[in-house]
Design a protein around this ligand. Structure first.
Ligand code: FAD
Length: 397
């Protein structure tokens, strides 16, 4: 495949469909059985997707957030695990792109264009989805740092080439004073205590990670000490919320298309008509169509808004509320649409296969951080002019 031709949204969709048909779909059952989708990721990198939003000076495609959204949507319609790995990877890449040093960019952005996979190691067992608070902390160690942390869920745990790891800044007693460290996947002291085994997204290796006395040099600090919370709002969250929403949309789209196919194709011999000839089934088809269209409209609207912020030199987190709304809409949509897709597909939808898998994969959306409950709280509190409710609000920190 020729990377030079990938320059428009249509190109992105076309090459992702090609990878989907040639690599992701044939490996779907294997990935669902828990095999990390290395071949699919390599195939995506070979057509430039590994560094889709990265500038050409680092070997990237230099495309928009809308193009990233289109890529995720198509990838997820074939394999949600691959799509989620890709979203986390792009979130890590964006953080380096927006505030990494020149040498970090040369290493990690160029590496991304060559297929090296990054991920985000944030969530901790003691604080769940409260990413504004770290119980773990970096300690100074000669001219570098020693890192000790338990992370509860890390997509690509033990599989990624590098991680952006968030922990409390050294010398700070404020848990919200956090820093990022860039950690090589092969660093001594990294381990994955037990493998990922979950309802869905079974190929994305989102298990726990332990960092036991991992030693890094000063160059591993990504940005400045204490600025992780700012970059969570202005790099990681916007790209993650947009990308994961595109993932939920893509799963819903894939399930809808498969359900429509089933509805057209399956014929009851007694009446000699298809399932689609039952009015009640058609109403489900219409419901799915409406939900997918609404989710798609908002997803691309938010993607274009991020592109607008980017072009105007404004922070990507300039409208976090729009991203929280999008997250709730798309993660509810995927649950509702995959449920209907399974219903109209009957026993064959319930049997192991693409539709029941979509039903399981899509369920993760509402749970992944910030959870839907947290997003709902923030949306409502914003509307009501109430403080958002971060633990440190009102404290003198
Ligand atoms: C498939 C998958 C992949 C993941 N990948 C990564 C990754 O790559 N990197 C990473 O760092 N993390 C990752 N996570 C972690 C994910 O972001 C967390 O699961 C999520 O933040 C929720 O945390 P928790 O499971 O500990 O639940 P908790 O935070 O303990 O939440 C439990 C319940 O309490 C509710 N709740 C919690 N706090 C509030 C609040 N303030 N207001 C109202 N309700 C609240 C929640 O909505 C939920 O219903 C992944 C998780 C999954 C499922």
């Amino acid at each position: 495949m020729n990377r030079a031709v990938v320059g428009s949204l249509d190109d992105v969709r076309r090459v992702c469909h090609e990878v989907g048909q040639e690599v992701l779909e044939p490996a779907r059952a294997e990935t669902d059985a828990g095999v990390y989708p290395r071949r699919g990721l390599a195939a995506l990198a070979s057509v430039g997707m590994g560094a889709i939003t990265v500038g050409e000076e680092y070997g990237g495609l230099g495309l928009s957030y809308e193009a990233f959204t289109a890529a995720v949507e198509v990838i997820a319609s074939y394999c949600a695990s691959t799509a989620m790995v890709y979203v986390m990877h792009t979130g890590a890449v964006e953080r380096v792109k927006l505030a990494g040093s020149d040498s970090q960019k040369a290493t990690y952005l160029a590496g991304a264009s060559e297929g090296r996979i990054g991920s985000l190691a944030f969530s901790e067992p003691g604080t769940g989805g409260h990413f504004w608070y770290c119980t773990s902390q970096a300690a100074r160690d000669g001219d570098g740092y020693v890192l000790v942390a338990d992370k509860s869920f890390v997509t690509s745990a033990g599989e990624a080439d590098w991680y952006v790891m968030q922990t409390r800044s050294p010398d700070s007693d404020a848990p919200e004073n956090m820093s990022y460290f860039l950690i090589d996947g092969g660093s001594p002291g990294i381990n994955t205590p037990f493998p990922w085994d979950a309802l869905g997204l079974r190929g994305n290796s989102s298990g726990p990670m332990r960092f036991e006395d991992v030693r890094v040099k000063e160059e591993a600090v990504l940005g400045n000490h204490g600025d992780a919370a700012y970059w969570n709002d202005n790099a990681v969250d916007p790209v993650f919320l947009l990308g994961s929403s595109a993932c939920w949309l893509g799963i819903a789209t894939g399930a809808f298309e498969r359900a429509v196919e089933h509805t057209k194709r399956t014929v009851h011999k007694d009446f000699n008509h298809s399932i689609g000839e039952y009015q009640v089934v058609r109403s489900y088809v219409a419901d799915m169509s409406v939900k997918v269209a609404a989710a798609r409209a908002l997803t691309y609207e938010v993607a274009r808004a991020l592109d607008g912020f980017d072009r105007a030199g404004q922070p990507l987190g300039s409208d976090l509320e729009a991203l929280w709304r999008l997250k709730i809409l798309t993660s509810k949509t995927v649950i509702e649409v995959t449920n209907l897709a399974l219903q109209v597909s009957g026993g064959r939808g319930y049997r192991r296969g693409a539709i029941e898998q979509a039903y399981r994969d899509g369920r993760a959306g509402a749970i992944m951080g910030p959870t839907n409950e947290m997003c709902a709280e923030w949306i409502a509190k914003t509307a009501l002019d109430m403080p958002l409710g971060y633990w440190y609000e009102g404290k003198d920190v």
